[in-house]
Structure formats: C-alpha cells, structure tokens
Design a protein. Structure first.
Lengths: 161, 161, 161, 161
C-alpha cells in the first residue's frame, strides 16, 4: 500500500504535528509514504514515518536529490517543477491532504480526476457552479485520516478487481 | 497575448455558447487562444476563435495530433496525459475557466500557484480551512470575462517589468 | 504540416546558416516550424522561417515565455526542463536535426522511438551493439533536408490512413 | 546510492542474464535499483536485486501500478509515457545500459545531458558529426559495469561537494 501525504512546504505547528502523526500511523500499518519530498507538511510526515521504520519516497520538483528533506529515503528527481504533482497522487492508492495552498489543491484535483480517494485534514473545500462538492472525505484527526485512507484504498482495489 | 480557455471536454449547451463567445472575443482582440485541444468547452472556444480568424493552439494529452478538435490550428502532442494541464496555464497570460470538472480545477490550481490570473464563468469556488478564497475573478458574461482577462494580464505584465 | 528543427542552443556559424536556410524553406512550403524555442540552431531556424512569413512555435524548458528567442511567435511554457524534448518531436510529422549535443540526441531517440522520421545534417550517427543503425536519413544540404522531411512525413501519413 | 538499469522491455537471454547479474551485484553492495519498471532488462535486473534483498523502484510510463513487473517494490506511476525516461536517469547517480533500443538511447542521452555517468554493456555507440563520442563507459561484464558505476558515481559526488 502506498499512501500520499500532501500539504504546504511551509506549515503551521499544528499542521506539522498532524502530518507527523499521520506519517507515524502509516508506517505502523506498513504503508509506504509518498510525498513531494520537500519541507513543511512533507518533512513532518516523512519524519513521523521514519521514526516508525517506514519507507518514504519523495517526488522532487527540482534537479537535485539533495533538495529532499532528510527523512526521504528514496528521492525521485523529476526536474519537472509542479508537473510532478500528478505523479505523487497517481502513485498512491489514497491521498491525505493536510492544510496546503494551491499546489496542494492541484494535487487534490489530479487525485479526484484519477478516481483516487482524498482525505482532508483542515484543507480545501470545493463547490462547483454553486453546488457543494463532497469528494474530499473529511477527517477530524490523523488517526481517522489514516483509517479512512486504508478503508477507501481497499474499497477501490476491490472494485477494480 | 496568449489566453487559455479551460473547461470540460463535455459541457452543457449554455457553457458551449459562453465558450464560443469567449473564443470570438479573444480573436477579435488579437489574442492567441490556448486550450487542451479536445471537445466540449475547448472545441467551442476554438470554433469561436477560428470564426473570427484567430490563432488556436491545443495542448493534447494523448499521442496523436488527430485527437485535436477540428478548430485547433496548432496541435501540440504531449503524450503526458493530464500532466499537460500545467503547460496550458503556464503558457497563458490569463486563464478563463468555464464550468469544468476536476481537470479544470487542477488547471485553476496550477494557474494560481504560478501567479497567473484566473477568471471564472460558472465554475469552481474555493475555500481553504474554512476561509473563502477569492483568487478566482468572477465574471457574469463572456465579454466581461475577456475584458477582465486582458486587464489582469496587462496588470501582471506591468508589475513584472 | 508541422516540422521540428532540433540542434544546439549554441552552434557554429555554418550550422546557423544551415538552420536559417531550413527555416526559410519550411516557411516557403507552408510548414509550421516547431523547436525548443531557445538560441543557436533554434533561433536561426525561427529567423529563417519568420523572414518568409512562416509560423514558429517554441516549446520552452523553463518557466517564462520571455526566454524564447525573438522569432518565436507561439511560446509554449512547459516548466519541465528537458522532459519537454519529447513534446517537440511528438508534435512534428518529421524532424530535422542540425549538429547538436546530447539534448539533440535525446530528441532524435524520442522521435525514432515514436516512429517519426529524422533527417540529419552534420549530426549524430548511431550504432547498436556493433551494428550500424541507419534510421537517421542523411541530407547534404538544407534544401535536401526539407525535401526529405516532406517526403517522409507524407509517406508516414499515407501509411497511417 | 541509487543506480539505474536501462534496456529494452524485451531482450535476449544473454541480456537478461547480464541484467540479473547487475541487479544482484547492486543489491549486494547496498544500492537501490531504479528502472522503467516494465519487462525485459528491467524485470531481469529487478529479479536479481530482489533475490539479494535489494530495494527496487520502477518509474512506470502508464497509468497503473499493476503494469510493473513483479519484482518492483516501489512502483511510481507517471502517466507520462516516455517523458518518464528523464526521471529514471535524473534520479540515479549512475546509469547502466544493457542492450536496448531507441528508448534506451533517449535515456543514455538524457543522462549524458545531465552529467550523469553511463556504463554500457552491449549497447549503443555514438559518433557526432564524424567524430567518435566516448562518453559511454564500456564494460565487459556485469561485475565490471557495477564496479564502474560505483566508482564514477562516487567521483561525481566528490566533485560536487
């Protein structure tokens, strides 16, 4: 199981704590963590995962592996700037969004476009032409977010078989 | 001036009429129209632009130029699926969104991430962690959308000089 | 008909003269010129095409349209660095390579991988595991290169119908 | 250390044996193996690495992780077709090419363009405008290829510090 954690490269202390808890929980359950490989939410999530012996993958926008945060074990160097956002979500069976700005919004959109479940913690809400869009599954805590991510990923896997 | 028109590859009659009017108006003002090159809003916008002698560019997701709608004069073949969404908005000085689904939302997000103005006609609305985000400039008509696109594109150009 | 001209962003005077002649000839025959949009061979080819009223498209690696050479009429901004090389060749019905370094070699390879004919002027030669590979069609002059590009592009078009 | 192994998605028995031996040797030395994730040389290299407990990453061209060969532990889903070739080589500190067709040639070219060392086993040879290009480091055996890959990767790392 590969789960993506997305969010800003700078973030509040609260968001970092949530991301770290999400990372820890993912690792405890044996999931590989994929993210954009940079700071903020991405770094906190990787730190959490690494503290529990989890595998961490960073899909980097730039040209150098050294731009990855220190908790990324497998840095993937795309050199494609934010076109790499698509790769992060496509490689995951579910996506957990924590806070985030427009980059995170683009990742949420790409995930929904590809039918990949998105779980949100204090993140974007959407409405389309005046109608609320409830495609983002809201969670109230890191534990609930991870729980939902696993449940939705498994549900999707089953439906594809 | 290059202006992007984004929206669904299938769309309502009303959206198609808006897109066609936007395309005509862009061509009258001498702008090059860039879009995703497929059907729906993209095709209607290209048809409008072509009817006024405008230049139309389609950034295609697939592997063949022949997948472009018949009003695309310059088909660009990326073979990159929806990673091509980034290219559409980055190549434009302003983006006009008409309706649209998650692909359109990803383009709106990529544009905002890159500081490119977005004008919306019956499209997505955003809020972030409970706070409304007003980055999409609302328009009530195709004429107003094009007017705003030119004004915002020029303003940005001036600020960059 | 869209024809790509590929080659180094810096080049010899002889290569620039060849590229300019190729650009002129393509424009005279009504082809749209696509290239990487930067200097050297790309700029010379665009200058030649523009001098005959041809349409020029530049697929740029960076984040800004202003990095295009002054003869590019339609700058496409990918922000994808050299991953954009694939787009240049996929968008063309034939590719003319003039001199060039490893970037040009990657474009030749991507073209051949996609079954797009490549015509070479003073450019790379290939052998695979000790056997010469003659997939690059050699030309002795700009006029011959353009002649071959049109002939091979038409042949391929016919075979696909 | 991340080392890429590149080559055809179908290959001869001899090439598969070389690729498997390269994969085993990389894993024994603790390197992570990155490749295009499909069959042929890629699968043989992953099988070799996995047999020695190594980590294997596959950068897939398509839209589904399930297209990866069974020895890929971390499938990265790009959906970008052969634009993904750039990512494979950019993520590596050295590249070992075994046989291969035009896709492999594009990877060799992208690696050389990015200053990443390439080691060749029965693969492409290059000459540019009549002059041999010796940028591909030839190896006579899988062991020599891996030896050279490590030596060149370390040399480059040192020169960048």
């Amino acid at each position: 199981m590969i789960i993506a954690v997305i969010g800003g490269s700078s973030c509040s202390t609260e968001e970092a704590q949530m991301a770290e808890a999400v990372g820890r929980e993912l690792a405890k359950r044996g999931a590989t963590l994929i993210c954009g490989g940079l700071g903020g939410v991405m770094e906190a999530a990787c730190r959490g995962a690494a503290s529990e012996g989890g595998v961490t993958v960073g899909i980097l926008p730039g040209d150098r592996g050294k731009t990855a945060n220190p908790y990324v074990q497998i840095p993937i160097v795309t050199g494609m700037s934010y076109a790499r956002n698509v790769i992060i979500v496509k490689s995951a069976q579910a996506v957990i969004a924590i806070g985030g700005s427009y980059g995170t919004l683009s990742e949420i959109a790409h995930a929904l476009q590809n039918g990949i479940p998105v779980i949100g913690l204090n993140t974007w809400a959407l409405s389309r032409n005046g109608q609320e869009d409830n495609s983002i599954n809201l969670a109230q805590s890191p534990a609930e977010a991870v729980e939902k991510a696993f449940a939705l990923a498994k549900k999707m896997e089953t439906s594809q078989t």
